[in-house]
Design a protein around this ligand. Structure first.
Ligand code: MN
Length: 230
C-alpha cells in the first residue's frame, strides 16, 4: 500500500516483565468518578450514569521509567489527576457487567493531565472539553500489569505527591462506577477494541503544577510513575 503522507506514529505502553508492548488505540476517560472530587469541582456526586470524554492516542506517554512532559500551551492552570488505567485486551459491544472484566488485559497508574482553565471555560459555556483534556502528552502512563500477574484490583491506595508533598490520597475502592460497570456502559455506546484504554477518574486533591515540578503517582500493587513538568 502506498501512503499519500507519512503514517501517524503508533503509541505503545510497556508491559511489566514482558518484551512485547501494548499498542494504544483510543483513550476513554470517566468523568467525576469519586464523590469527593465531584464535590471539589462544584458538582453533586449523585450516582448519575457515568459520562466519558476522550484523549487521542498521541496523549499517551510511556512512563514506565521517569519521564518529562512539556508544560502545554494556552493554559495558566495545568492540573494533575492521578488515575487507575484499564487496558482492554478483548473487544466487544454491549458487554454485560458480570463479563466485563474478561475484556481487561491489565492495569496501570496514569495521569489525566488537564488544562483546567480551558476545561472549566468550555464546561461553563456548554462547549466541548477537548482542548482542556485532549492534547499531546497529556496522559503519562506507567507499565501495564497483566491480569495474570495482579488480578483485578478492587481496593488499593491511590496517591500523588508533587515535589514530595502529598496532593492526592484515596482508594480505588471509592470509584463511584467500578471498572466492570464503566466497561459495560462504554460498550453500549461504541464497540470496544483491543488497545483501548479506560482512565477511570481521579480522586480529590487535583491542583496545579508548574515547570520544574516532579509528580510521583502510585497505586498499591501497580507500581509508581515519576513525571517531571517542563
Ligand atoms: Mn480525569
Amino acid at each position: 500500500m502506498k501512503l499519500a503522507v507519512e503514517a501517524p506514529p503508533l503509541f505503545t505502553l510497556a508491559v511489566a516483565g514482558r518484551e512485547e508492548r501494548f499498542p494504544v488505540n483510543r483513550v476513554f476517560c470517566v468523568g467525576r468518578n469519586y464523590a469527593a472530587h465531584a464535590r471539589e469541582m462544584g458538582k453533586d456526586p449523585d450516582r448519575e450514569p457515568p459520562f466519558f470524554f476522550m484523549k487521542p492516542a498521541a496523549a499517551v506517554v510511556d512512563a514506565a521509567d521517569p519521564v518529562r512532559v512539556p508544560y502545554p500551551p494556552q493554559t495558566k492552570n495545568y492540573h494533575h489527576e492521578i488515575e487507575l488505567v484499564v487496558a482492554i485486551g478483548k473487544g466487544g459491544r454491549d458487554i454485560a457487567v458480570d463479563k466485563a472484566l474478561e475484556h481487561v488485559y491489565g492495569y496501570a497508574v496514569g495521569l489525566d493531565m488537564t488544562r483546567r482553565d480551558l476545561q472549566l471555560e468550555a464546561r461553563d459555556k456548554g462547549r466541548p472539553w477537548e482542548f482542556g483534556k485532549s492534547f499531546a502528552q497529556s496522559a503519562p502512563i506507567g507499565a501495564l500489569h497483566r491480569v495474570q500477574e495482579v488480578g483485578h484490583p478492587a481496593a488499593a491506595a491511590i496517591t500523588l505527591t508533587v515535589n514530595g508533598q502529598p496532593r492526592q490520597s484515596s482508594d480505588i475502592a471509592k470509584l463511584i462506577w467500578s471498572v466492570a460497570e464503566s466497561i459495560a456502559v462504554l460498550s453500549q455506546f461504541d464497540a470496544l477494541a483491543p488497545g483501548d484504554l479506560v482512565m477511570t477518574g481521579t480522586p480529590e486533591g487535583v491542583n496545579a503544577v508548574v515547570a520544574g515540578d516532579v509528580m510521583r503517582g502510585a497505586i498499591a500493587g501497580l507500581g509508581e510513575i515519576e513525571v517531571r513538568v517542563g
